[in-house]
Structures are given as structure tokens and as C-alpha cells.
Design a protein around this ligand. Structure first.
Ligand code: GLU
Length: 452
């Protein structure tokens, strides 16, 4: 019988090896650390998980594709971007995860996202493996025609690696309904197949699921509400700070407002808006979704209750709840200290890995309920899996049915994380609960399926 500390030493050696084998991929190292640091209790308790090679296989993607994406801009100039698809683990189902188009994308970023996705998807209980992809293409300021040509070129390579039973991409930062439309069109043209389940996040008139655009934000608020219920509180009357102003942030604000909380902020890379009366969603949607504008326009048009703080940190705004919904490592130690000083009760991650490890540690030490993204933001990919189910059955469900399923899934993820943390001696620690519960599901399937 190996002890916890012997197991931890083995896992630490493995982490050092991961750093050597994957140089210059700090985000991937961070994601691997975060998971492996919490696995010692389960690996020590269940000897089958200590089987040589199991965790080594888990941290090595099954397949990694990197490709050239040439396209012509509106001036006729040839541009070259890099495309990625990391097919990380398919023990539980076809690889599933979004595509991110953002200049910060590189292999390490896609690997961190793909690694997180394995556990997140396992937690949904819906039979989906983990993968992620994207490009360093920056859609910002590009015309529709340029975005279309880019998406067509990207899919001209990607199509050979994906399929409804193989790998099912979706959106992430920089990839929304418009991009999924262009990508799907090119896939259909090349393959001459109406294979609806090859991509999720499609338009509602051609195979998309109702509530998919809302799902990540709505799901995160439901997860935050479940954490608050554990503390004997609800969301009614709570003040919430939300970062970001994309799809996740917008529908986080919508659900918070519907449940009686006051969501007072949103942000983008230029700064943040604070609106004492609560964010006016119609105005925010008009600026972000219709005009593709910046959040400072919100403050200009909203009137006296709102102000724009250029370059500031949204985490300076006092609140009961914080829901980081922008991007990785956006909430650091200083931000966590400020939130704690201002009496924050819960932090729930709408984005992937938005809280730095030091910040997570501080929040947990201070007794703040902390919902890690792989549990809290799993609603998006869960409704993607429901979209696949509808596509397979050639049917479409009502919004009410999808919302009900989403609520059940988020409740069950919360319960699973909570109970798992308790079982392994870390009550209230959702990070440990999510990592161990996700790991158990994937590891059991990998063990059953042999060394592949
Ligand atoms: N990009 C989203 C995530 O981080 C959704 C992925 C999907 O729907 O496949 O989970």
C-alpha cells in the first residue's frame, strides 16, 4: 500500500517530466499541476490508478495537429496563420471542445484547454472525450468576407481530422455563430455530407440547439447558486462582479439578474464598466452583439449610474460574488486579496482557468467558496452534447426542455464535486472534488480499454 506522500512524490516527478517534455508551455504546465496536485488521495486509495503509465498516458494527447492556414485579406494580400487541433482523450466519447481564434493562441494554450476539457466533459456524464483547437488568427477588425475566407481555409485542412463520431469542435473565444456557420458550410461542401453533429453551436434554424449560446453563463450562475445554497444563502440581493463582455459574460449577467442578484460590471481589454443600477443587458447586447463595439460605449450611453474605468481591474469593485468570464489568469493574487478584503463569498469560473493558482489558494484559505471552471462552466459543453443528441435523433427540443436538462446537469456536477471532496477528506474543496471525480470517470474507462 503506497502512502499519500509517496504517491505525491511520484506525481511531483511526473510534473517535472511534463515540464521537460513540453517546454515553453506554461499554461499547460499550470493546468497539469492543478490537476495532479489534487490526485494523491485517490491514487493512494485505489491501487489500480497507480498502474504504471496511466497518468503518463492521461497527460499525453492522443493526437496533435498543427497546420498552415493561408488566406487572402480584402486587399488581396496573402496572410498566413497557424491552426491547431489537440485531440487529447477519447476514452469517454468523441473528442469534444471548442475552437479559439485569438492572437494569444499557441500549442501550449490549446493543450491546457484540451486537458481541462477532458475532466470537464467527464463531469457532465454525457459521453464526450476532450479536445480543443484554434488559431492565432485575430478576428477583431476583420470584415465578414475575411472571416469567411479564413474559416474556409481553416476547415479545408481540419475537415479530415473531425467527424460526428471522431471529433466535434464548437466555439470558444473569437468563434461564435458566424464562424461556426462558415466552418460548417465548408465542411459540408468538401465532404458532400449533411453531418449535423460534426460541429456544435450551429444556428437554430439548421441544427443548433436552443439555449446553447446561453448555456455556459447560465450554467455558471446555477453552479454559483448551488455553492451559495451549501452556505445557507441564495443569490437574491447579492452584488456580483462579472468580467468579460462576450457570450459567457452576457448570459452570466442575464441569469444573475433573473435570479435576483445585481450584476454591476463587465469588461474588455480596454477597461471595465461599473453600473450601480445593474448592467442593462439590452444595451450591452446591442453594443457587443449588434455593433461589435467596446464597453466604454456602454458607459457613454447608459447615463449617470455607469462609469468606465480605463485599464482598471474589475476585481476592485466590492461584491458578494465574482464570476470571471473573460480569459485565463485574469484574476491574480492581488485581485483575490482585494476581493477577500471586500467580503466576497463565492468565486465561480465562467472562463477556463481565469484564477491563478496563488489566487485560488488565497480564496480557499479565506473560506471563499471557489467553483473551478471545469465544473462551473461545464454547462456550455453539456448543452453541446445535448445538441449532438438532438442531431443524432433528427429532432429539436424546446428551450424549456434544454434549460431543465442543463439545470439537472449543473446540480449533479455540483453534488458530485461536493461529495467527492468530502469522500477524499477535503470538504468544501470543489477543485479537489472536480479533479478527482473527473479523473475517476476517465481513468476507469482508460483502464477498461487497455493500453492504447
Ligand atoms: N469552449 C467551450 C468550453 O470551454 C465549449 C466547448 C464545446 O461546446 O464543445 O467548454
Amino acid at each position: 500500500m503506497t502512502t499519500r506522500s509517496e504517491t505525491q512524490t511520484t506525481l511531483d516527478h511526473l510534473l517535472t517530466e511534463i515540464e521537460h517534455r513540453n517546454p515553453a508551455q506554461p499554461e499547460f504546465h499550470q493546468a497539469a499541476h492543478e490537476v495532479l496536485e489534487t490526485l494523491a488521495p485517490v491514487v493512494a486509495a485505489r491501487p489500480e490508478y497507480a498502474e504504471p503509465g496511466l497518468i503518463e498516458r492521461l497527460v499525453e494527447p492522443e493526437r496533435q495537429v498543427i497546420f498552415r492556414v493561408p488566406w487572402q485579406d480584402d486587399q488581396g494580400r496573402v496572410r498566413v496563420n497557424r491552426g491547431f487541433r489537440v485531440e487529447f482523450n477519447s476514452a469517454l466519447g468523441p473528442y469534444k471542445g471548442g475552437l479559439r481564434f485569438h492572437p494569444s493562441v499557441n500549442l501550449g494554450v490549446i493543450k491546457f484547454l484540451g486537458f481541462e476539457q477532458i475532466f470537464k466533459n467527464a463531469l457532465t456524464g454525457l459521453g464526450i472525450g476532450g479536445g480543443k483547437g484554434g488559431s492565432d488568427f485575430d478576428p477583431h477588425g476583420r470584415s465578414d468576407a475575411e472571416v469567411m475566407r479564413f474559416c474556409q481555409s481553416f476547415m479545408t485542412e481540419l475537415y479530415r481530422h473531425i467527424g460526428e463520431h471522431t471529433d466535434v469542435p464548437a466555439g470558444d473565444i473569437g468563434v461564435g455563430g458566424r464562424e461556426i456557420g462558415y466552418l460548417f458550410g465548408q465542411y459540408r461542401r468538401i465532404t458532400n455530407r449533411w453531418e449535423a453533429g460534426v460541429l456544435t453551436g450551429k444556428g437554430r434554424g439548421w441544427g443548433g440547439s436552443l439555449i446553447r449560446p446561453e448555456a455556459t453563463g447560465y450554467g455558471n450562475v446555477l453552479f454559483a447558486a448551488a455553492m451559495m445554497r451549501e452556505r445557507g444563502e441564495d443569490l437574491e440581493g447579492q452584488t456580483a462582479v462579472v468580467s468579460g463582455s462576450g457570450n459567457v459574460a452576457i448570459y452570466t449577467i442575464e441569469k444573475l439578474t433573473a435570479l435576483g442578484a445585481n450584476a454591476v460590471t463587465c469588461s474588455d481589454s480596454s477597461g471595465y464598466v461599473v453600473d450601480e443600477k445593474g448592467i442593462d443587458l439590452d444595451l450591452l447586447k446591442q453594443i457587443k452583439e449588434v455593433e461589435c463595439g467596446r464597453v466604454d460605449a456602454y458607459a457613454e450611453r447608459r447615463g449617470a449610474s455607469a462609469r468606465f474605468v480605463p485599464g482598471g481591474s474589475v476585481w476592485d469593485v466590492p461584491a458578494d460574488l465574482a464570476l470571471p468570464s473573460a480569459t485565463q489568469n485574469e484574476l491574480d493574487e492581488n485581485a483575490a486579496a482585494t476581493l477577500i478584503r471586500n467580503g466576497v463569498k463565492a468565486v465561480s469560473e465562467g472562463a477556463n482557468m481565469p484564477t491563478t493558482p496563488e489566487a485560488v489558494h488565497l480564496l480557499q484559505q479565506a473560506g471563499v467558496a471557489f467553483g473551478p471552471g471545469k465544473a462551473a462552466n461545464a454547462g456550455g459543453v453539456a448543452v453541446s452534447a445535448l445538441e449532438m443528441a438532438q442531431n443524432h435523433a433528427r429532432t429539436s427540443w424546446t428551450a424549456a426542455r434544454v434549460e431543465e436538462e442543463l439545470a439537472d446537469i449543473m446540480t449533479s456536477i455540483h453534488t458530485t464535486c461536493h461529495e467527492t471532496a468530502e469522500r477524499y477528506g477535503a470538504p468544501g474543496d470543489y477543485v479537489t472534488g472536480a479533479n478527482i471525480a473527473g479523473f475517476e470517470r476517465v481513468a476507469d474507462a482508460m483502464l477498461a480499454q487497455g493500453v492504447i
